[in-house]
Design a protein around this ligand. Structure first.
Ligand code: PAF
Length: 256
């Protein structure tokens, strides 16, 4: 497996590849959910490039960025065992030149749910995803459905900017108790981890968004939002106290 940190090096490698190329953009702390994306990408392409980059522009809270799990050595080791062709892990300086003043903005679907709770978050996501896809130039790019709002916005960006890439959504991987796999789960204490699966359980209920929010709060979550949008119920909650708060998100498709 090749590892690249500069755009020139990964470009040279990419330009020499023939056949179909898949890309799995990640922020690292690789877990089984990422491995599911990688496995699907490996089935559908001749080469797979995984990107590992904790993108500062999508964090509106510096403490959240500082606390985000980073496990580069373990990630490379794990990815090496999956059969991916290459890992691109640039520094912040490589992705954002000091005078870089460009941002990709979406002005409708990015403003509610995670967008209202985390102003600027989706501009940061869309900007980095456009950069990564322009660098890797994959035929297909893979994103998890756990971040469904993100997935829809990336699809929209690719359509709006005529980007020559197919966006593939991969179903959410869950622990046996229903908790959606996420890099942030590593930050949960044992009592928080025990409570966390209730987010999925309550989102799945037939009750109204208002009642689900109430049930989550009574169970011990601090609720950011519970919102139904286009036949899908989205939720974001916090577990833990103060600087140890961990934000979890999930979504479920509602039966019509
Ligand atoms: O879902 C993520 O891990 C990130 O938002 C992404 C798509 C890699 C962009 O930084």
């Amino acid at each position: 497996m090749n590892t690249f940190t500069t755009v020139d090096a990964v470009n040279e490698y990419r330009n020499a590849l023939s056949g179909q190329v898949g890309c799995v953009p990640t922020m690292g702390a690789i877990h089984e959910g990422h491995v599911a994306l990688v496995e699907q990408a490996l089935m559908e392409n001749d080469h797979v490039v995984v990107t590992l980059f904790v993108n500062p522009k999508q964090f509106n809270d510096p403490a959240d960025l500082a606390g985000y799990p980073r496990r580069d050595v373990e990630d490379i080791d794990l990815l090496n065992q999956t059969g991916v062709s290459a890992v691109f892990m640039p520094t912040v300086e490589v992705m954002y030149a000091p005078d870089d003043s460009y941002l990709v903005n979406e002005s409708c679907e990015s403003l509610d749910r995670c967008g209202s709770a985390r102003p600027g978050h989706f501009s940061g996501v869309l900007t980095v995803v456009m950069k990564l896809l322009n660098i890797i130039k994959p035929h297909r790019a893979y994103f998890g459905e756990k971040d469904y709002q993100q997935l829809e916005l990336i699809r929209g960006m690719v359509t709006a900017f005529f980007m020559p890439v197919e966006v593939v959504g991969v179903p959410t991987m869950r622990a046996p108790d229903g908790l959606a796999l996420s890099s942030r789960n590593a930050l949960l204490g044992s009592s928080e981890r025990a409570l966390a699966p209730r987010l999925f359980q309550y989102l799945n209920s037939d009750d109204s968004d208002y009642l689900v929010k109430d049930q989550l709060e009574k169970a011990g979550f601090t609720v950011d939002y519970v919102q139904t949008h286009k036949n899908r119920r989205y939720g974001a909650v916090f577990l833990g106290q103060g600087s140890r708060q961990v934000r979890l998100i999930d979504n479920v498709r509602l039966t019509p």
